[in-house]
Ligand binder design. Structure first.
Ligand code: GRF
Length: 203
């Protein structure tokens, strides 16, 4: 299964995908896109010799357009798009070309603490301030708005004894690195079933 991974940050989720032995037998990361001209995830892309492109909705030196993204996705016969820390919306034309073939990892138990502006420490601060005793991570399908697509898988962690949002971030990131490769592997094995309005992951 051919993957395109969209990133914006340090790339720890990309790293979790690339370093997962089991997964590497089922998938190939063919291309990496970012809204940034450079980021930690791009450094990783270079280490793995994976082609990388910076995207801009407006003409800019060193950036490609979403029209060019579309042709790269088809040229590389991409089966699954993974948003791993990508902070922008995916254009509707790509969403419609990739129905139920774009997934995102969110560092909270959606639908809580999701939506526009809810990324990075904003999420963990909101969770901490809410007094919640659990947090966790969510992998979901991507639709036209932030963090609202169908939930595929979630895993939670106890945060009743944390001393601040940073500790929540640490515990949740650990879960992200576990569940994102897990879901990608299940998709590669065609183990996702749609029952009513819910998604069931088969063994
Ligand atoms: C992760 O916390 C992810 O949940 C969120 O953005 C962050 C990306 O981190 N979408 P990294 O770039 O994968 O380290």
């Amino acid at each position: 299964m051919n993957l395109a991974v969209f990133v914006s940050g340090r790339g720890s989720n990309l790293k979790a995908i690339l370093e997962n032995e089991e997964l590497s037998k089922k998938i190939t990361v063919k291309v990496i896109f970012s809204d940034k001209i450079d980021c930690g995830a791009f450094t990783m892309a270079s280490q793995y010799q994976i082609p990388k492109y910076s995207i801009s909705a407006v003409e800019k030196n060193g950036y490609i357009s979403f029209a060019q993204v579309k042709s790269i996705l088809s040229e590389k016969k991409i089966d699954l798009i993974v948003l791993a820390g990508y902070l922008k919306l995916i254009p509707a034309e790509i969403i419609s070309d990739f129905q139920n073939k774009i997934i995102n990892i969110h560092p909270a138990l959606l639908p809580l603490f999701g939506g526009k502006g809810m990324y990075g420490m904003n999420v963990h601060k909101a969770c901490y301030d809410s007094g919640m005793k659990v947090s966790g991570a969510t992998v979901h399908f991507v639709d036209n708005t932030f963090d609202t697509g169908k939930i595929i898988f979630q895993k939670c962690t106890d945060i009743s004894n944390v001393d601040g949002p940073e500790e929540i971030a640490k515990r949740v990131l650990h879960i992200e690195h576990e569940i994102l490769p897990f879901v990608i592997s299940k998709i590669a094995d065609q183990k996702l079933k749609f029952e009513d309005d819910r998604i069931i992951i088969q063994n």
